[in-house]
Design a binder for this molecule. Structure first.
Ligand code: SF4
Length: 275
């Protein structure tokens, strides 16, 4: 063990936290309710190229949402503002390159008094993209019992395997439609969110509008949560008069039909040989 002050000690020194705050409360849209400050942790959305050339998909379960997402639109501040993009990329690089240090930094930051009785939304953009990353978040949440965490996710299978069996008491989540795992969601019993073209459509479908506060998305007694489409004209046009869930169901049906065409055995079931 090198002595403190010896040149060798430098090799054992843990890396310094690359930015003073991992959690921010800058999202005015999220804090529109005003009743409680909502802190956020954010990754770049969907497929991103890091400065060193690595291409990473932070939303592997994304489906139609990838083309409709406010964070992937070319005009979005998430893409357009270099400092915002760089900050989100730095977050991702921390998680990928120094996962243990990132977890320790996040755990230590959450011990600060401002997070006592505070609310943290995990991901403004991006998702729980791997099992180890999700497990790290569960440990972080358990280490901060006085803080409330919530998230939207399209990682339906990962949450069923890893989160649902051992969900921390201070964590609530909503499964969100528009992903490749929509078909795994029980729309009658599992809390889920859909994005509607208009508020009128949302209300007619019997969904709870979370416009007043993003925290309504994790109301304990609510199964159907809705939000009106982001006003970005590009994504609005792409979405048309449909919900994310409808567009994904349509895409799933078309892909299934294509698979059947290319796999005749699926299209023509074997005769039943049961005697
Ligand atoms: S999963 Fe969320 S953040 Fe990722 S592309 Fe879809 S809507 Fe955007």
């Amino acid at each position: 063990m090198p002595e403190a002050g010896s040149p060798l000690a430098l090799f054992d020194a843990p890396p310094a936290k690359p930015k003073p705050h991992l959690l921010t409360a800058n999202n005015r849209d999220l804090n529109r309710g005003g009743a409680r400050k909502i802190y956020t942790w954010t990754l770049p959305a969907w497929v991103v190229t890091l400065p060193d050339g690595r291409r990473v998909n932070t939303c592997p379960e994304a489906g139609v949402c990838a083309r409709l997402c406010y964070a992937t639109a070319p005009t979005s501040s998430y893409r357009r503002l270099p400092n915002v993009l760089a900050s989100h990329q730095q977050n991702l690089a921390m998680v990928l390159d120094t996962p243990r240090d990132w977890e320790r930094w996040m755990t230590e930051e959450l011990r600060q008094p401002r997070f006592r009785d505070a609310v943290v939304r995990v991901h403004d953009a991006g998702d729980f993209f791997s099992d180890p990353y999700t497990e790290a978040w569960l440990r972080i949440m358990r280490s901060a019992p006085r803080t409330r965490f919530y998230a939207y996710t399209k990682a339906v299978d990962r949450f069923a395997r890893i989160v649902a069996p051992a969900k921390p008491d201070n964590f609530e989540y909503t499964l969100s439609l528009g992903g490749r795992e929509d078909h795994l969601i029980d729309l009658q019993t599992q809390r889920h969110a859909d994005v509607f073209p208009t508020t009128e459509r949302l209300e007619a479908a019997g969904y709870l509008d979370q416009a007043a506060s993003d925290l309504l998305a994790v109301s304990p007694d609510v199964v159907r949560v809705g939000m009106a489409a982001n006003p970005n004209p590009i994504t609005r046009k792409r979405q048309g008069p449909h919900t994310f869930g409808e567009l994904q169901a349509d895409r799933d049906a078309r892909l299934a039909a294509k698979r059947r065409r290319h796999s005749p055995s699926e299209a023509t079931p074997e005769p039943n040989h049961t005697p």
